[in-house]
Design a protein around this ligand. Structure first.
Ligand SMILES: [Ca+2]
Length: 397
């Protein structure tokens, strides 16, 4: 039998239909076709079933569960949709501002306000073309809006922060994950915008940072650089390349970040106020042509990553898991990986990573991962005809 039941189950069904099983075995790409059809994966630390919860989403990027169990999902070309508990996908919501969906840009993350149940406030970020504010070109924009009572459209969508200055060339590295802490402060990650890496080190520049904001986009009280004339008061941490993962550890209350690095420089970091995470001066990564970047892999005034990957895994979204569906996985950080594609499960203790498991490795590019209110794991695939997969527990044999 194959290494896990992952292939065994669909094969058994196909064999019954008289199809050429050997041809399927000889073509690894076939595995992509079955992901999400209910196959059982054994051989992982826990057996699980992979089903397709929802389909027909174009490049889904960010998602947040409403209190009623429906899932609000962004599509990178610029649409926001709701997925019902049975997986039915709604028409695009009205009131979504126009986005610039070139390169890696578009409509990216979405999060609910902590008091969404009473305020109906949602926050999302996207790439935008700006004139002024220190130049003209693309930047990451944060928007606040209200979801209508019937959940068909957004009301009063208002930009509340632009990660300026805009950059005239390049449409890559927008970062763009949103997280809220227990006090209700909003954190937004921004990418270095790729062309001028040193933007990540400049404190008068909002690129390559994690920002900490009040709900209206102003710098949050208590921020580390408030009062410094040479620094933007919104900055919480700096020296990031393309941070697409941002999540609070529910057990410690500390903020974790995943960062898409240069070759060999992918990182998971524990974020500390005012800290420098090094890019592009201090990194484990090398340029895609193999040449060295910066001055080395560590420096006393630069925070070490909790973990880095060589070869690269290309991390995107992250999510902590503390659900009932997979008790042995509680306390894990899940990380969606784009290449080698798959899902990483990092076991944690406090502020440490204690283990790593690779799930669905080499199957599909994953954009984001989050825990559902049902205690199951939901994964957004990075596909033109994108899906939301769900991992469900099955009884151990
Ligand atoms: Ca770093």
């Amino acid at each position: 039998m194959p290494r896990t039941g992952f292939r065994a189950q669909p094969l058994a069904a196909l064999a019954g239909a008289g199809l050429a099983v050997l041809a399927l075995l000889a073509t690894p790409a076939q595995a992509q076709r079955v992901t999400g059809t209910g196959e059982v994966v054994r051989g992982a630390s826990l057996p699980f079933r992979v089903t397709t919860f929802a389909a027909g989403l174009e490049r889904p990027w960010g998602a947040a569960f409403l209190p009623d169990g429906r899932l609000l999902v962004t599509e990178r070309p610029g649409r926001l949709r709701l997925v019902d508990k049975d997986g039915t996908v709604s028409p695009p919501l009205g009131g979504v501002p126009e986005v610039v969906a070139a390169g890696q840009g578009g409509l990216l993350d979405v999060q609910l306000a902590p008091d969404f149940a009473s305020t109906r406030e949602v926050y999302f970020c996207h790439s935008v073309l700006l004139q002024g504010q220190g130049g003209s070109g693309a930047a990451t924009r944060l928007v606040r809006a209200r979801l209508s009572a019937d959940a068909t459209h957004l009301d009063a969508a208002q930009p509340i922060l632009d990660a300026t200055p805009p950059q005239s060339s390049g449409r890559n590295h927008f970062g763009c994950r949103i997280a809220f802490d227990a006090e209700g402060k909003l954190y937004l990650s921004t990418g270095d915008r790729f062309i001028d890496k040193m933007r990540a080190q400049r404190l008068d520049d909002l690129a390559g940072k994690v920002l900490r904001l009040e709900r209206d986009g102003r710098p949050a009280a208590g921020n580390p650089f408030i009062g410094r004339a040479d620094a933007r008061p919104e900055i919480f941490t700096y020296g990031h390349r393309n941070p697409q993962g941002l999540a609070f550890n529910p057990r410690t209350g500390h903020l974790w970040e995943a960062e898409f690095g240069a070759r060999g420089g992918d990182e998971v970091n524990l974020l500390k106020p005012g800290a420098n995470y090094g890019w592009p001066l201090v990194t484990y990564g090398v340029d895609y042509n193999g040449s060295r970047i910066g001055e080395g892999t560590s420096r006393p005034d630069v925070e070490e990553p909790l973990r880095h990957w060589e070869p690269s895994v290309s991390p995107s979204g992250i999510g902590f898991y503390d659900g009932a569906g997979f008790p042995a996985w509680r306390g894990s950080l899940f990380m969606a990986s784009l290449s080698t594609p798959g899902l990483l499960r990092l076991s944690t203790e406090g502020d440490r990573i204690t283990g790593e498991e690779r799930l669905l490795w080499g199957e599909l590019r994953f954009r984001h991962v989050l825990q559902g209110p049902d205690g199951l794991v939901y994964i957004l695939t990075d596909e033109g005809r994108g899906r939301i997969l769900r991992l469900e527990p099955v009884a151990a044999r």
